[in-house]
Design a protein around this ligand. Structure first.
Ligand SMILES: Cc1cc2nc3c(=O)[nH]c(=O)nc-3n(C[C@H](O)[C@H](O)[C@H](O)COP(=O)(O)O)c2cc1C
Length: 225
């Protein structure tokens, strides 16, 4: 049996804090689709470097370019203001070992804070943008602002799309595949998945990938039933 979830089923779930389903769609918790985590680096209007721990996103493109699509960038964040003002940002992927450092940048994110210092991250000069990269990042995308759309028209968030100008990848990560797609590679956010039996939202979890084998090993296996 399948649970059918519409816009009116949020009454079946308990918020963990008042207003949670105004800030986020209840469907986010119903779906709980894992989202890759990264740090967006920008520069504040006073020149201080800014970092934002970010989850909702996807990446793709074609011969005309490669794009970082960040569905929910809060209008309240410095990051949103910095991207709109400067037209540039970097997407920096770090491993789960740096999760506490990333959280520290959320805690110390005042306008006068150097958020690289707050998270014990090292700034590194980028090749094509003025904003600094995170030296500890195993993969950085240097981006220019391509698109800014308020999808829900609530004035809360924008979908920011960055055209990737340049990629920096750590050599020890691009040799082979294991390091990028295991515990030392991309980390994922599992955001308070809903349990529809009780109506409660579970804790947020951190996840990483486990490789299940090559395409060639899988394509001829018996069909799933
Ligand atoms: C695990 C995690 C994921 C987050 N993902 C996002 C996100 O996708 N979009 C967003 O606007 N804020 C997200 N945030 C909140 C921002 O990191 C937070 O508001 C940050 O302090 C904004 O920094 P800034 O004001 O310096 O830009 C996330 C926070 C955490 C802890």
């Amino acid at each position: 049996m399948k649970r059918e979830i519409g816009m009116d089923t949020k009454e079946l779930l308990y918020e963990n804090w008042p207003g949670q389903f105004d800030t986020f769609s209840h469907m986010e918790f119903a779906c709980a689709i894992p989202q890759v985590l990264f740090l967006i680096s920008t520069v504040k209007s006073n020149g201080k470097p800014n970092l934002c721990f970010h989850s909702w996103s996807s990446f793709g493109g074609d011969a005309g370019g490669y794009f970082a699509v960040m569905q929910n960038v809060s209008h309240l964040s410095h990051t949103y203001q910095n991207i709109v003002r400067e037209g540039e940002f970097c997407v920096n992927f770090v491993s789960a070992d740096y999760y506490p450092n990333c959280i520290a940048t959320v805690m110390d994110n005042g306008v006068n804070d150097d958020e690289f210092a707050a998270g014990n991250f090292t700034p590194e000069k980028a090749m094509t943008v003025k904003v600094p990269r995170v030296a500890q990042s195993f993969l950085t995308l240097e981006c220019e602002l391509a698109c800014n759309v308020d999808l829900s028209r609530q004035g809360l968030n924008s979908m920011i799309i960055g055209r990737v100008r340049h990629v920096a990848a750590a050599e020890e990560y691009i040799a082979g595949v294991d390091k990028r797609f295991g515990k030392e590679g991309f980390m994922y956010n599992i955001h308070e998945p809903a349990d529809y039996a009780t109506g409660q939202l579970a804790d947020t979890h951190l996840a990483s990938l486990e490789l299940r084998g090559r395409y060639a090993d899988w394509k001829d296996k018996p069909f799933g039933q």
